[in-house]
Design a protein around this ligand. Sequence first.
Ligand code: GDP
Length: 516
Amino acid sequence: MSVKEQVNNRRTFAIISHPDAGKTTMTEKLLLFGNIIREAGTVKGKKSGKFATSDWMEIEKKRGISVTSSVMSFPYKDYYVNILDTPGHEDFSEDTYRTLTAVDSVVMIIDSTKGVEPQTIKLFKVCRMRGIPIFTFINKLDREGKDPLELLAEIEDVLGIESYPMNWPVGMGKRFEGIIDRFNNQFVRFLGDEKEEITPLEQLDKAGNPTIESVFDELELLDEAGNEFSEERVMKGELTPVFFGSALANFGIRTFFDTFIRFASPPKPRKTDDGLVSPDSETFTGYIFKIQANMNPAHRDRIAFLRICSGKFTRGMNVRLTRTNKTMNLNQTQQFLASSRETVDEAYAGDIIGLYDPNMYQIGDTITAGKEDIHYRELPQFPPEMFRKVRVKNVMKSKQFKKGIEQLVQEGAIQLFKQESNDDTILGAVGQLQFEVFEYRMKAEYNVDIEFTHLGDRIPRWLAEPPKDLRLFDSRSLLVKDRYDRYAVLFENDFTLRYFKDKNKDVELIDLFEAN
Ligand code: GDP
């Protein structure tokens, strides 16, 4: 197969959701389709204990976070599927956001009993920013949930994306009978026990079944007043196809996945400093979106996750890290099958490979087999939400403290700010875990004990221009500088932000989610 054909078969995506919406359950079902696992319940070490976590960082062990499932790859029909895990529970961090830069489409799972939840909104914003296709799966139809029309309205209002229901539920909870598959014109009856029965719509006997009759009324309404399906708009991330079903009951998953895989985006051209690079270009290129430190504490080695953006990778090839202009031989590489890490000999644009990292790579680094110096522009700065002041407990260790912060910040483990009024060091993170990892690594790698002062959740806004009047700021609207010396304000809450905006209409505030 040519590079072009290989690339066009790639489907690289992530599943985003709020904790407990059903991401793990869905992932397991998809892996079953790929014949990767034989029984459900094996994805998360946390739940089944089947994956030994002994190799991983101590802090992860304590928390029971599994990283074995960072990437799961398998062939399915004519496609080659890569599912990237987006850590979402206590392990939510900037890595979660960065992972979303490495995928070409996203599946958003919504719990029908809860609707659109906070973490879904955050992850959605990152996908939105990238303009990638978003497919919605409304889960747990076997339970009594919100009204389907209400759920669609919520998606449209809260997330600001238009929706197109690909199927429509008939009843829910105990009265759940199945779904009308609008797209394939069939009724899929829910029989329980992972079984379903398919009837073409024209053969469906509606008479005498009031639930089905009322569903057809709803469908008529959708046909008349709802959005039209447009593949082009799906591709641009303007319209989300919506599927209803139950991951646990394995109902509606197969039809969902088959439709998803067909419409999901293959790898697209990616932005560099000098324009776009096509995925089927002959030259192998990629960028590093995540570094997993200390996968084996005995060796202190790290694995750098590389998203291949163009061309074909072959093991042992010579490539160049454009930041340092260093050439190296890619011999120690891994690909991630669901249950084991395996050496990879060949991979194509869209795939993720793990590079053995002797402390050489940084997040955002570009690697190329070509002669030209290219730099991918895939990793913007994401706005942190949690802030803490940090200081060293023992002033004698100030030097190591400084060095540790510098390196961990450069690595992308956490974001650094300085309070303008007193030069205090402030750390910003997207998730709680980042502070814990920071504290742990400062101690383990730099032998420094630190002390945090909580500043709580804050809303950061960058200033388009340096402030003219420092009196505008106080502890509720804290003026800081980021590590690039750009001014930002950490607002205590939505209210202080709005108040500030009202009072200072001439001060231009930048939301990084919108600016990227
Ligand atoms: P995650 O946190 O998003 O990975 O969610 P999980 O897949 O771990 O699911 C959270 C809980 O919801 C588990 O107890 C699942 O068994 C349950 N669950 C997942 N899908 C369904 C579903 O379709 N119906 C019902 N009733 N429960 C479900």
